[in-house]
Design a protein around this ligand. Structure first.
Ligand code: ATP
Ligand code: MG
Ligand code: MG
Ligand code: MG
Length: 467
């Protein structure tokens, strides 16, 4: 059986044999793109090459790129623990052509890798093409010999790939794997497609345009190819598993989480969440993000707190999340030496954040239970409660939503927003009051040095201060 690590190596060596330069994963923090929160695909580090603004010494490349999809255009945070295939951190295997090959070769490489190199059974595969892309369909049907009845034509929502609201984009063709009829779900393009039976494994994007802020599509200097295959998804197929969390790498993390929290049931979704989140948090910190109240740091804070909450739910006593780090280094340290190099910084940052939250997590959860215990089943969580949990106990909104979901409820977000806006108004008027005081204090200071002139005068000055 191939390990996840061996599959990654096999992919890179196959494409190296096809004259692709192996390129290291970039940091999760996009170096060239302020519009993007985190690197969410293999193509991000090549964005300027696609746009023609940067030249490289090669026209073909392959990589295994670490990606985070927790915020921004691609956000899978709420799927984690609920689907078999989504993580907030995952690795994207990809091959790229910068004005070199196009549709025909891209499809042929993908097919050869899956069928000849990995030995996947052809009959398990399903393919989609963009609804207007006759050429891609014809290549699949006539050149690969793929059965026409297993090719679905799909609209722009799924088969026109965009990194963000602007930038390189284009139509794509995607390859799916059928995990069998025991699992709920239908082929892509059917109403049942959201199930986990047909799982998307590989997206081949034919990069042709540069999307502008006004929505218009400018052609790229030359058509390119950008592909992305989830390493964990292909590993689950190769290891005879349906769920990504059952692969070697995740099982190691899940067992560790189970032992740290004293959990017997290894299928508990909270263990999956913790195993997912330790990867995201450790790599974000290794790439220089620290928990904070805004931007990337706030996403990190939210993820650490979510992990802490799931640990608490499983019965973890005190701080446990940072202790997951050793298990992560076991499975990923060899391929990602930065994880080892920054291990103590990561541990320190995680511990600090966990400790800070531990003080309020327990009481916040009690508050939640007390308030919701009286609510009729299914009734939404009042926005004021979610706001109190946020403001007093440090529960990010999505954390309360996560708790509520387990409880079969949703949070009244409009009321939460209204409470937040009201608090901002209050703090604004407090600030104005403070500023007014400051002005008065300045006025007082600029006065002649105070001489005691009797109580009347003092009373007047006191009023000045209060204006
Ligand atoms: P899905 O429809 O399953 O959410 P996607 O269409 O959003 O996937 P793409 O943007 O096409 O995904 O990314 C390319 C590949 O990366 C996917 O085919 C899949 O194998 C993998 N991938 C995408 N999102 C995730 C994720 N959250 N966790 C693990 N792998 C992922
Ligand atoms: Mg997705
Ligand atoms: Mg998809
Ligand atoms: Mg896709």
């Amino acid at each position: 059986m191939l390990t996840t690590q061996q599959i990654r190596a096999k992919f890179l060596s196959y494409f190296a044999e096809q004259q692709h330069q192996t390129v290291k994963s970039s940091s999760l923090i996009p170096g060239n793109d302020p519009t993007l929160l985190f690197v969410n695909a293999g193509m991000v580090q090549f964005k300027d090459v696609f746009l023609g603004a940067e030249k490289r010494a090669y026209t073909r490349a392959a990589s295994s790129q670490r990606c985070v999809r927790a915020g921004g255009k691609h956000n899978d945070l709420d799927q984690v623990g609920y689907t078999a295939r989504h993580h907030t951190f995952f690795e994207m295997l990809g091959n790229f052509s910068f004005g070199d090959y196009f549709k025909r070769e891209a499809i042929q490489f993908a097919w050869d890798f899956l069928i000849k190199e990995l030995g996947l059974p052809k009959e398990k595969l399903w393919v989609t093409v963009f609804e207007e892309d006759d050429e891609a369909e014809q290549i699949w049907r006539d050149e690969i010999g793929f059965p026409a009845e297993k090719i679905s034509r799909i609209g722009a929502k799924d088969n026109f790939w965009q990194m963000g609201d602007t930038g390189p984009c284009g139509p794509c063709t995607e390859i799916f794997y059928d995990h069998g009829e025991d699992i709920a779900g239908g082929p892509p393009g059917t109403p049942e497609e959201d199930g986990d039976r047909f799982i998307e494994i590989w997206n081949l994007v034919f990069m042709q345009y540069d999307k502008q802020a006004d929505g218009s599509l400018l052609p790229l200097p030359s058509p390119c190819v950008d592909t992305g295959m989830g390493l964990e998804r292909i590993a689950s197929i190769m290891q005879g598993k349906h769920n990504n969390y059952d692969i070697d790498l995740f099982q190691h993390l899940i067992k560790k989480a189970a032992s740290l929290t004293g959990t017997k049931d290894l299928q508990d979704p909270s263990l999956k969440v913790i195993a997912d989140h330790i990867r995201t948090c450790a790599f974000l910190i290794a790439d220089g993000v620290l928990p904070s109240n805004e931007g990337r740091g706030y996403v990190l804070r939210r993820i650490i707190r979510r992990a802490a909450r799931h640990g608490h739910k499983l019965g973890a006593q005190g701080v446990f999340f940072a202790d997951m780090l050793g298990a992560l280094v076991d499975v990923m340290g060899e391929d990602y030496p930065e994880l080892v190099a920054h291990q103590s910084t990561i541990a320190k940052a995680l511990k600090q954040e966990e400790l800070k939250f531990a003080e309020t997590l327990e009481v916040g959860m009690q508050e939640y239970q007390k308030a919701t215990g009286k609510l009729p089943k299914g009734e939404q969580i009042p926005g004021e409660l979610a706001f109190k949990l946020y403001d007093t106990f440090g529960f990010p909104l999505d954390l309360t939503q996560d708790v509520a979901r387990e409880d079969g409820r949703v949070v009244d977000v409009a009321a939460f927003d209204a409470s937040m806006a009201a608090q901002k108004d209050r703090s604004r008027s407090n600030k104005q009051f403070a500023q007014a005081n400051q002005i008065s204090a300045d006025v007082v200071q600029s006065l002649e040095p105070t001489r005691f002139l009797g109580y009347d005068r003092c009373a007047t000055e006191a009023r000045v201060v209060m204006i």
